[in-house]
Design a protein around this ligand. Structure first.
Ligand SMILES: Nc1nc2c(ncn2[C@@H]2O[C@H](COP(=O)(O)OP(=O)(O)OP(=O)(O)O)[C@@H](O)[C@H]2O)c(=O)[nH]1
Length: 550
């Protein structure tokens, strides 16, 4: 019996006794008349006493029988419930698996559609913009550059300009930032930037301003650096063009495109967050009369990229397609193990699963029964790597030559209309104004180089139709082998092949260890430990005091 039920019964007993006392009080505290017993003079006294004793015994027996019957009933009920639970738990994994597979399927369909619309919107933004700002994560500037976008803009022929914005400079050591600025400015004009991260909606901000107009928030996150430099550059370009300019902001997910626009506008005009792919469609924000900024959805990383690039630059599909362990493995392989251990404050680990287990234990990410939730730990690591906190830096490429898709003419053309000396000075001012993590505390990271993006919608449809073809062929194979299978089993085969094909698109062979780990991750679905309050309430209410309480 649960404590809850026991206490409820005790409470009801107390209430019952109180009620009896109250009624007795109402009646006027009359003492019950004492049974005078059978007078000694009465004839057959012994016989009457014996009869009374027998009656008492019979009553007792009856009560005992009733009690036993009730206990038997309860036992039966419990057994039935246990049987039901057992059959449900047998069915449960299958049901769960099938719902998981269905979920994965629908998510993939949604991804396909959203990826297509992302491509469409991105192309629109690039078409209508006079200047395109490619936002780069200062922690991995090469990895957040997309050669396809750069090619489209440089070859557009419509006097379009491309600027690089090195965002999140507060997360890299100063020495590293200076080196990267020097490297990037040889290819495109580059602005060092640190976005403001605590901007409020216009209404909230106005209310706050009205309340404390003298208050200035100088906390680190709320400050923005490099905005004046960028606006100056854009305004000067406006003057040379003598027209209102449209500035498109493009980049891979979570590099800080929306944060940059919000920082320039000084209001939370665009949605911002640590989740990838928050911006779903283009959004125009008027900075002033001359400058219109256009926020765009993130560039879709092509599946041909390395696992590392996909882990850091693709939208949510990494988290949903069960490639989490691969992604974590790739990130860990490209970092210094000692620094990772120090940053996350965990002991030495042999492989990524052990790392995730230790991380989950350290952060208290536990599933039912105290099992470490490695899936959540993997998501946390990937969030950290693209989010707003972890300081890591990548070293520059060995060769200082131009990227293969650029020529000297293109570089010269992109520089026209901008005062690069002024830009260098302003960048220096920005760099001097900010506090940086020191080199020793920042994690060293090996970048995988430029990331390929998918720009054309048709590329996506080809990929997806390839996928679908593979799926249908495998489905056919699976079905011909299992002719005698029931319909349900056939469905399961279809769904399984779906999942297999998604893993086959991954060009990297998984090592045996990782395969088993991945299976483990896929199999270790969090058991839903739902505790239905309504149910317990119903059970409790089923307790009838008049019949159950003896
Ligand atoms: N430390 C730091 N974090 C930043 C900076 N800029 C942006 N962030 C953080 O990076 C995360 C992503 O920022 P967003 O502006 O949503 O990035 P986005 O590129 O628009 O993302 P999508 O909409 O997914 O394409 C947020 O958690 C921001 O707070 C920065 O300069 N420094």
């Amino acid at each position: 019996m649960t404590c809850h039920k026991r206490y409820k019964i005790q409470k009801k007993v107390r209430e019952h006794n109180r009620k009896l006392r109250k009624e007795a009080k109402k009646r006027g505290h009359k003492k019950p008349k004492k049974d005078p017993g059978i007078p000694n003079a009465a004839p057959f006294k012994e016989q009457v006493l014996r009869e009374a004793e027998q009656r008492k015994q019979r009553l007792e027996e009856l009560k005992q029988k009733q009690k036993l019957a009730r206990q038997k009933n309860l036992e039966k009920k419990r057994k039935l419930q246990a049987k039901k639970d057992a059959t449900e738990t047998k069915k449960h994994p299958e049901e769960k698996q099938s719902t998981m597979k269905l979920k994965a399927q629908s998510n993939r369909l949604l991804d396909k559609n959203s990826n297509k619309s992302f491509c469409r919107e991105l192309k629109k933004v690039m078409e209508v913009s006079d200047i395109v700002l490619q936002v780069l994560d200062a922690r991995d500037p090469l990895g957040s550059r997309c050669s396809q976008v750069e090619q489209i803009i440089t070859q557009s022929g419509g006097n379009k300009k491309l600027l690089l914005v090195l965002n999140k400079i507060d997360l890299v050591p100063r020495e590293n930032l200076e080196k990267w600025l020097h490297y990037l400015k040889n290819e495109f004009p580059t602005v060092a930037f640190k976005s403001s991260m605590q901007l409020k909606d216009r209404s909230v901000q106005e209310k706050k301003l009205r309340k404390k107009s003298a208050h200035v928030d100088l906390s680190r996150g709320s400050m923005c650096f490099g905005n004046e430099c960028l606006l100056k550059l854009l305004r000067e370009y406006c003057k040379t063009q003598d027209k209102t300019i449209q500035v498109g902001v493009v980049g891979f997910p979570n590099v800080g495109k929306s944060s940059l626009i919000n920082s320039l506008k000084e209001v939370r005009a665009c949605n911002v967050g640590p989740v990838r792919g928050i911006t779903k469609c283009m959004q125009t924000v008027h900075i002033d009369k001359q400058i219109k900024m256009i926020d765009s959805p993130s560039i879709i990383a092509a599946p041909s990229n390395s696992v590392l690039a996909l882990a850091l630059r693709s939208t949510t599909d990494i988290e949903e397609s069960g490639k989490l362990l691969d992604a974590v493995n790739a990130v860990l392989k490209h970092c210094s193990k000692q620094q990772i251990m120090l940053y996350y404050n965990i002991p030495d680990f042999r492989n990524s699963l052990e790392f995730l287990t230790l991380l989950a234990q350290k952060r208290g990410m536990l599933k039912k029964g105290g099992v470490p939730d490695t899936e959540s730990a993997a998501k946390l690591l990937l969030h950290d790597w693209t989010g707003a906190k972890v300081s890591y830096h990548s070293s520059l490429p060995a060769s200082r030559s131009l990227s293969p898709h650029l020529t000297d003419e293109v570089v010269m053309e992109m520089r026209q209309g901008f005062n690069l000396q002024e830009l260098a000075k302003d960048n220096m001012n920005t760099i001097n104004a900010l506090k940086y993590p020191n080199l020793a505390s920042s994690i060293t990271f090996q970048s995988s180089g430029l990331t390929n993006g998918t720009i054309e919608e048709t590329e996506l449809t080809e990929e997806t139709s390839d996928l679908e073809n593979m799926e249908t062929s495998e489905e056919a194979e699976g079905l011909s082998e299992d002719d005698q299978d029931s319909d349900e089993e056939k469905e399961a085969v279809e769904q399984e092949t779906d999942i297999q094909t998604s893993s086959k698109t991954n060009p990297q062979k998984l090592c045996v260890e990782n395969e088993s780990l991945e299976k483990q991750l896929a199999g270790e679905q969090p058991r839903t430990s739902s505790f239905n309050l309504d149910e317990t309430a119903n059970q409790d209410d089923a307790y009838d005091f008049n019949t159950d309480y003896v």
